[in-house]
Design a protein around this ligand. Structure first.
Ligand SMILES: Nc1nc2c(ncn2[C@@H]2O[C@H](COP(=O)(O)OP(=O)(O)OP(=O)(O)O)[C@@H](O)[C@H]2O)c(=O)[nH]1
Length: 449
């Protein structure tokens, strides 16, 4: 049943409204002043407001202005009730966002018809908003809506100096589910996975599907330890959750998830930075066996400890005797802190890995281009996916982000974007490879000869 708030200083009009609207099946709440109406709107939910233009104290127009400026109220349709001669006021009310107006004394049939039209429009708007903000398969926030809500929560956390945590989730080896059980079962897995998420996480945690099998949760007002516990609970629940495939003859299946987590406990320049760090944790989880949670803040702390250890060793030893890996700025596109951290600070191993990376991937640009030209999405996806993984291991974070964008676009079938995203990957590949070529020329030569 729709609930309508009727605001008018004339008691007889309120009585009439209450009678006419109740007879039509609406729930009616009446009040004779705008300030009490605004208080009621703070406390209760209403589907429509009937607002008299002229009232002592705060006028209807002033109240309308307040309503249309408040995010939580501005979507409620407002029908102004006005004396027949108030044309200028009617125009200003419509300009301020009133949805309609009805002149007094009103004709019940006309008023009811206009209320019905406004409510119908409101429902249509709600539906459109749902479609624009909800993921069609799982019913949770889509990427755009997730970013919008998480950004708001982030700003709020800065204002209130409270901690906020962001976790990125990626179902492990999900491609195999589709390959072995079919796409329909893959969809079922995504749906049950989301239902489990909604069950395990709290109502005010923000859930979103960012694309494919990648999800995120933003935990406002939460300490990192609590968020890790919640994620661990989810990881365990999922691991034990049996899913019935669509084809009955197939065996029950189980999936696992890798999770990267980061908090505002460590200085964050913004939501993007938090997401980037959580993403880094996620790919570390993927690269070190999957089905686990990696706290990216710990990775950072570890890197910082290693860095000070390296600095200490450097000062103790004679510079010439320490085989130093080129510094971060000497290797374009590579964050040495991350790359070195991934091999626990072992510099010579890091060099070897860079050489291997060069050997295995310096022709990826050409390979990607020819796969794209041949419209061979399987090969393009494979190349982008692999590149994404290895780029994160060596700390080539920009390359990682670009390969990931291409990988996601292919998973989402976003064909218009392929060439553009490929060009971004290609440009970064050239930069990273040229840096390695220049700095590690000797090692590359040793390996090839
Ligand atoms: N059924 C189904 N599959 C999807 C959907 N969106 C993306 N996918 C599939 O998800 C798979 C993602 O696979 P990859 O990105 O290769 O990664 P993975 O197999 O999960 O491997 P790791 O992430 O390395 O553990 C691809 O096969 C996509 O086709 C969807 O809405 N439904």
């Amino acid at each position: 049943m729709y609930k309508i708030l009727a605001v008018d200083d004339a008691k007889d009009t309120l009585l009439l409204l209450e009678f006419d609207l109740s007879a039509e099946g609406y729930q009616v709440v009446t009040t004779d002043a705008a300030d009490s109406a605004l208080r009621l709107l703070e406390k209760e939910h209403f589907d429509l407001i009937l607002l008299d233009m002229y009232m002592p104290g705060i006028t209807g127009i002033a109240a309308l202005e307040v309503i249309k400026k408040k995010e939580a109220l501005q979507h409620i349709p407002v029908i102004m009730l006005s004396a027949a001669d108030g044309e200028d006021e009617i125009v200003s009310a419509l300009e301020l966002g009133a949805d309609d107006y009805v002149t007094k004394p009103y004709i019940a049939k006309v008023l009811l018809a206009r209320i019905a039209t406004s409510l119908r429009l409101m429902e249509k708007n709600r539906e459109l908003e749902m479609l624009a903000t909800t993921d069609f398969l799982t019913g949770i926030n889509n990427r755009g809506r997730f970013y919008e809500l998480a950004s708001k929560a982030f700003t709020e956390s800065v204002r209130q100096t409270s901690e906020l945590v962001l976790a990125m989730f990626d179902i492990d080896l999900f491609k195999l589910v589709n390959d072995n059980y079919g796409h329909e079962t893959g969809d079922k897995v995504l749906l049950e996975y989301t239902q489990l998420m909604a069950k395990v996480f709290r109502e005010h945690d923000i859930l979103g599907r960012l694309g494919g099998e990648e999800f995120a949760v933003c935990f406002p007002h939460t300490a990192i330890g609590e968020a890790i516990n919640a994620c661990e609970r989810f990881r365990l629940c999922l691991e034990q959750h049996a899913i019935m495939p669509e084809k009955q003859e197939q065996e029950t299946l189980f999936v696992t998830v890798s999770i990267g987590i980061a908090s505002t406990g460590i200085a964050s320049s913004g939501l993007e930075d938090l997401i980037r760090r959580a993403d880094l944790g996620l790919y570390q989880a993927k690269n070190t066996g999957r089905n686990k949670i990696i706290d990216a803040d710990k990775l950072q702390e570890m890197n910082e400890t290693q860095e000070s250890l390296i600095d200490y060793i450097d000062t103790v030893n004679d510079e010439k005797t320490v085989a130093k890996v080129p510094q971060a700025q000497e290797l374009p596109g590579i964050d040495q802190k991350i790359g070195l951290g991934n091999v626990l600070g072992d510099e010579s191993l890091f060099k070897e890995i860079l050489v291997m990376f060069y050997q295995d991937h310096h022709e990826d640009k050409e390979k990607l281009q020819s796969a794209l030209s041949a419209k061979d999405n399987v090969t393009t996806k494979h190349l982008a996916h692999t590149l994404k993984g290895v780029a994160s291991s060596i700390g080539a974070m920009s390359l990682f982000e670009r390969a990931k964008a291409l990988d996601n676009a292919i998973s989402g079938g976003d064909k218009d974007q392929y060439q553009l995203l490929f060009e971004e990957v290609a440009a970064e590949l050239i930069r990273v490879m040229a840096g390695i070529e220049q700095e590690l020329a000797e090692q590359l030569h040793d390996v090839s000869s």
